[in-house]
Design a protein around this ligand. Structure first.
Ligand code: CTP
Ligand code: K
Ligand code: MG
Length: 181
């Protein structure tokens, strides 16, 4: 597979997992998922994980997957190679897995004594990949195997932290986010 092709497929296939976190930042607020509950003397998840942010994040990821699926054929023809159309289960695994990964990361942050908004290098950049890819494989293995070749997975692992750092820095500069990570 050509390098450009691998890059485009990796980015396209991950878009429904990339967008939920950003949508959650824009839509966040309201009731925290943990309802304010603590475990020991620390919050279970914290005020940064809300029902509204999570629901809107998943919805944004699913909506984007639907749009990409509609245009995949035309984009593939224009590029000269196929790009993924998303099955409903693949879309759910990517969008839902991304939000779940982010929530699990907050759970780990609280357990390790980090306050809301504190950074956790590595986890912050890859939490959604670590959960969304296995979830997609679980929900629709056929689809996963077709698109997530070893090369694509390698590109995702390298590309995701770079994209994460740049988008969060931009969101911070635009005053959409409280911290640049
Ligand atoms: N957000 C949300 N629900 C989610 C994820 C994010 O409402 N499931 C919103 C919250 O307003 C949150 C903001 O997006 O403050 C930024 O997300 P994130 O950086 O993941 O949360 P933090 O506030 O940094 O909290 P944590 O330390 O738990 O990651
Ligand atoms: K996060
Ligand atoms: Mg944060």
């Amino acid at each position: 597979m050509a390098v450009l092709e691998t890059l485009v497929i990796a980015f396209w296939a991950m878009l429904p997992a990339y967008v939920p976190n950003n949508a959650a930042v824009l839509a966040g607020g309201g009731q925290p998922i943990d309802g304010g509950r603590t475990w020991g003397d620390k919050r279970v998840l914290g005020d940064g994980k809300t029902w509204r942010g999570t629901a809107m994040g998943v919805a944004a990821g699913l909506a984007l997957a639907a749009v990409l699926t509609v245009i995949a054929g035309d984009v593939g023809s224009a590029l000269g190679f196929d790009v993924p159309a998303f099955t409903p289960l693949a879309a759910l695994g990517l969008a839902g897995g991304a939000m779940l990964g982010d929530i699990l990361a907050s759970f780990l942050k609280r357990r390790t004594g980090r306050q809301r908004g504190a950074m956790f290098p590595g986890l912050d950049q890859l939490d959604f990949v670590v959960v969304s890819l296995p979830l997609v494989a679980l929900l629709d293995f056929e689809w996963f195997r077709e698109w997530f070749t070893l090369e694509v997975i390698l590109v995702v692992v390298v590309l995701t932290p770079i994209l994460h750092v740049t988008t969060n820095m931009a969101a911070y500069k635009l005053e959409l986010k409280n911290e640049p990570w």
